[in-house]
Design a protein around this ligand. Structure first.
Ligand code: ATP
Ligand code: AMO
Length: 434
């Protein structure tokens, strides 16, 4: 729109055209105010009924809330106005009139349940505190990309329609691909590994993953954003260092660049970037700590995965981001390398927020024979993965990496109760549109 001024830039003495949504109309009798909202903020438009053209007053005050309008007029200082300035209109143009029946109140005066909000995201994101989540999400992605750049990574994009799954057979979404069986990819795992053996060596990808999760929970999505890292000539400890750097950078970016958004969410005082090294507990230490609390009905034994309850108990004990290392080989996938001196123990690790798992990773099995054996042990047909395994015959360096759940990072960072709040249009068991 030609000559449009953002409300935040409207300064006393200027003649401006501001455009946006009718946030509120307050009619006090002789004087009335229309609050116009755009992406940068709000501005008051003043109507003095006796002193203004009747048509102008009528247009300005009869317009429905949330209609899109533009207003041209002079900006003046006005201490009583919410932002200290107001516009005295010369003309008001109703560009797109809103229906008086709104499915959701963007002024936030009437609360809406999450499903109603998700069905009406356009209106929902007119609220400052909801918009703030997605501005922060964008900042997280910017900071994460910057952190990967500092680590000399190359950004890659790998296919989302694939012939095989990697993270366990039950969670795949099958599709038909020109008459052939295919799946939505659960993880870029195999592709990112193939690229560390290429001339790229160190890569990252930020992209969707698809999982037909069995349960509907506040921390699982059926389409999530995975932040994946993989590097040649890294072991699991170096991969953990990179993970710390990326997660800390995300927090720092938000602390530096999202003060207004944190205020909109009421988090300006409590938001803190995690500092220093995250504690690294072995799986055995973790079991001991959990069992020592006596809070689980049954103590955990070697080989058990950590239940949600166990994660919470441990999170309470540790109280900050931490790693769990040295997991039993039997509960880690085929591509995770075992320790050379003890093949019962893997180099796999998880990185945890006190409330949930954020990352899985590890050093990878790069030796062809061991890799093929691992497939057979997990009941997978190595032939179906030949496109992957054969590259391990032509010079595959030792390597390590991890996958970080983007929405879980944002959810835990902002203390959101439901992961769906961190996604514009979440996919879950009940939700396929919008
Ligand atoms: P003014 O100070 O403009 O002469 P007023 O005393 O004539 O205002 P009204 O015009 O009836 O009173 O205004 C009603 C209410 O609106 C008052 O409480 C006044 O303080 C408030 N008000 C008037 N102008 C503004 C403004 N530009 N911004 C915010 N509030 C205003
Ligand atoms: P994993 O399966 O543990 O590991 O996934 C990595 C991280 O992705 C996030 N995540 C999810 N977030 C929301 N909804 C889901 N349904 C969901 N599933 C996973 C979690 C999890 O920690 N290939 C390995 C990674 C690697 O080793 O590099 C993998 O996919 O935050």
């Amino acid at each position: 729109m030609e000559n449009r001024t953002y409300t935040a830039d409207a300064a006393p003495g200027d003649t401006v055209t501001v455009a946006g949504w009718v946030h509120e109309i307050r009619d006090l009798g002789g004087i009335a105010f229309l609050i116009l909202r755009d992406t940068t903020g709000k501005i008051q438009v003043k109507f003095e009924k006796d002193e203004m053209d009747d048509d102008l007053v009528e247009t300005g005050l009869n317009v429905q809330r949330e209609s899109v309008i533009s207003v041209t007029g002079d900006v003046e200082e006005e201490p009583r106005a919410p932002t200290g300035v107001e516009v005295t209109p010369e003309s008001v143009d109703v560009i797109s009139e809103a229906d008086p029946e709104l499915p959701l109140d963007p002024s936030g005066k009437v609360d809406a349940e999450l499903p109603t909000r998700l069905d009406n995201r356009t209106l929902d994101l007119r609220k400052d505190e909801v918009k703030a989540i997605f501005e922060i999400r964008a900042e997280v992605l910017r900071s994460v990309r910057e952190a990967f750049r500092e680590l000399n990574c190359t950004e890659i994009n790998t296919p989302k329609i694939v012939a095989t799954g990697t993270e366990g057979g039950t969670e795949l979404f099958p599709i038909t691909y020109f008459g052939q069986e295919a799946f939505m990819n659960q993880s870029p795992q195999l592709f990112k590994q193939l690229m560390v053996g290429s001339g790229l060596e160190r890569v990252f990808e930020i992209g969707p993953i698809f999982r037909a999760e069995e349960h509907n929970t506040p921390r699982h999505l059926n389409e999530a954003t995975s932040i994946d890292f993989e590097s040649a000539f890294y072991d699991h400890t170096e991969a953990m260092d990179a993970c710390e750097h990326v997660v800390q950078s995300a927090y720092e970016g938000v602390a530096e660049n999202c003060q207004g958004e944190l205020e909109a969410l009421g988090l300006e005082d409590e938001f803190e970037a995690p500092e220093g090294d995250f504690p690294r507990l072995t799986y055995e230490d973790a079991l001991d700590k959990i069992n020592a609390t006596g809070e689980l009905d049954e103590p955990l034994v070697w080989g058990d995965d950590l239940s949600t309850e166990a994660e919470h108990v441990l999170g309470q004990e540790v109280g900050e981001h931490y790693f769990i290392t040295d997991w039993p080989s039997e509960i880690k996938p085929f591509y995770i390398k075992d320790h050379d001196d003890d093949e019962e123990v893997s180099t796999g690790f998880d990185m945890m927020h006190p409330s949930m798992e954020l990352v899985s990773g590890g050093q990878r099995e790069h030796r062809f024979e061991h890799l093929v054996e691992g497939f057979e042990q997990q009941g997978l047909d190595p032939e179906a993965f030949e496109y992957y395994t054969k590259m391990f015959k032509y010079g595959m360096p030792p390597h390590a990496g991890w996958g970080l759940g983007g929405e879980r990072l944002i959810m835990t960072m902002l203390g959101l109760e439901n992961i769906r709040e961190a996604v514009l249009f979440p996919r879950d068991r009940q939700r396929l549109s919008p």
